[in-house]
Ligand binder design. Structure first.
Ligand SMILES: Cc1cc2nc3c(=O)[nH]c(=O)nc-3n(C[C@H](O)[C@H](O)[C@H](O)COP(=O)(O)OP(=O)(O)OC[C@H]3O[C@@H](n4cnc5c(N)ncnc54)[C@H](O)[C@@H]3O)c2cc1C
Length: 430
């Protein structure tokens, strides 16, 4: 299945964390004038090429600072390809009362729509209500959400917000037999997370060391000096030295710090979430966001000729865990309870994916952009910053802040410079 942006439909990336035995051989390393040197010296080295690492590399490029972007897999091959793919203010924060985080997300949403129009699509999400008073509360909350999120570059006039006419609601195949009596539509921005991450990397023009496994660090008097790396594609050993280091390893941060430096402090709490992808159901045209207990939302989103459904929350121990049957079952039960007219269990699952949210548990942060995103200066290595937690939505803003801290330079271009589309390479050898 090929989606609107011309790349393959979501599913696990081939080269994510550990190459499954059944996978074909590694991709070829770069050749010709893209061949990587065996020794590199950079101002900044970034480990982890998810949305945070890639966004930071772009910020450094905008400030004229040379950096290397290292990943043991492919760019965007971790959590940043398993999200719900929304650049959002977070309508759930309206329910949990975290309005500051919501407004921050709404501002960032507009920035993404400006700098990445090819990877963004505005949508009118329907939030269904069970009874009249709930509908009134939704209309009030959603009215505020859309008022604070009124900056919507590229918003198509064809999308209508607010009260959903009852004929339109009744005509949707999800309505019959459901506990819902009507719906209110709010605006949010859909994206293609892996492609967005790759575009950020392409816009960075960093030296890209993807498929490189870190093998050992050299430190010098309380600072990191160099990293020895092995190219997983052909076994070549490389040495990367840098003045500043940033680890943006998503849910693998704690595990890596234990493995590399013997640290035992737990900075993250990991929570997995799954999505199931079904064939499109004719007549399901708008995405639905259904309120569930504890401020959670069940999304049912038509996209790319399929129907994406998610998500769940389960505490896990590692960034790489399989889907368990209870998780899948929980989603089916929620779907059958809320939308009984759709024969969910008889519809083949075209694809399923699990992502692990890195949630912050640490204190002692040096910067705090939002409840879920923290920049922490490492206590042992003065030139190492850890990126903890966060979301796709706030990644650009957080990395703008980090790049300013690292270089002492600000740049307005971060919010306006359009992203370059990924061309499959991005490595610029200096
Ligand atoms: C189910 C789910 C739904 C979500 N929905 C949304 C949403 O709708 N909107 C939103 O804004 N956010 C959402 N999020 C949050 C968002 O997806 C993540 O916070 C974000 O993608 C994390 O990006 P990252 O760059 O920090 O980590 P990652 O994308 O995981 O990147 C870390 C990188 O580090 C690499 N790595 C790991 N170990 C090593 C090592 N030893 N050496 C070298 N490289 C290594 C990995 O290969 C990976 O590429 C969701 C998350 C989940 C799980």
């Amino acid at each position: 299945m090929v989606h609107a942006n011309g790349s393959l439909i979501k599913g696990r990336a081939h080269w994510a964390q550990e190459k499954p035995v059944s996978e074909p051989a590694w991709p070829a390393p770069p050749v010709g004038d893209r061949t990587l040197p065996n020794a590199l010296d950079m101002e900044v080295a970034i480990l982890g090429a998810g949305i945070h690492g890639a966004a930071l590399a772009r910020e450094l490029k905008l400030r004229g600072v040379a950096c290397a972007l290292v990943d043991k897999g492919e760019v965007g091959g971790g959590t940043s390809q398993w999200s719900s793919q929304l650049l959002h203010g977070g309508i759930r924060y309206m329910l949990t009362g975290d309005l500051r985080q919501m407004r921050e997300g709404l501002l960032e949403r507009a920035t993404w729509a400006r700098i990445a129009p090819r990877r963004c699509r505005w949508e009118a999400f329907w939030m269904p209500h069970r009874f009249w008073a709930e509908g009134l509360a939704h209309r009030f909350g959603i009215g505020l959400y859309d008022h604070w999120g009124a900056e919507r570059p590229g918003w198509p006039d064809s999308l209508v917000l607010g009260h959903v006419p009852s004929e339109a609601f009744q005509a949707d195949p999800r309505s019959p037999g459901s506990p819902f009596r009507g719906a209110t539509a709010y605006a949010d921005l859909m994206t293609w997370d892996r492609e967005l991450t790759k575009d950020l990397a392409a816009s960075a023009e960093a030296v890209l060391l993807d498929f490189h496994e870190p093998e050992g660090f050299e430190d010098a008097g309380g600072a990191l000096k160099a990293l020895r790396l092995r190219d997983r594609r052909d076994g070549t050993l490389r040495r990367l030295s840098a003045r500043q280091w940033v680890f943006a390893l998503g849910p693998w941060t704690d595990g890596a710090l234990t493995h590399w430096f013997g640290e035992t402090r737990q900075r993250l709490r990991l929570s997995s979430g799954i999505h199931l992808w079904f064939d499109a159901v004719p007549g399901c045209e708008r995405p639905w966001a259904i309120r569930r207990p504890k401020g959670r939302i069940l999304f049912v989103i038509p996209r790319d000729g399929l129907l994406q459904v998610g998500t769940t929350e389960r505490e896990v121990e590692d960034g790489w865990v399989p889907i368990v049957s209870t998780e899948r079952e929980e989603l089916f039960e929620a779907l059958e309870h809320h939308l009984p007219a759709v024969p969910w269990r008889r519809m083949p699952i075209r694809s399923e994916e699990l992502g692990v949210r890195p949630l912050v548990t640490s204190s002692g942060a040096t910067a705090h952009l939002s409840r879920e995103a923290v920049l922490e200066r490492h206590e042992r290595f003065a030139n190492l910053t850890l990126v903890l937690g966060g979301k796709l939505t706030t990644a650009r803003a957080l990395m703008d802040q980090l790049a300013t801290d690292l270089t002492g330079q600000t740049t307005p271009a971060s919010k306006t410079e359009p992203l370059r589309l990924w061309d499959g390479h991005s490595a610029q050898i200096r």
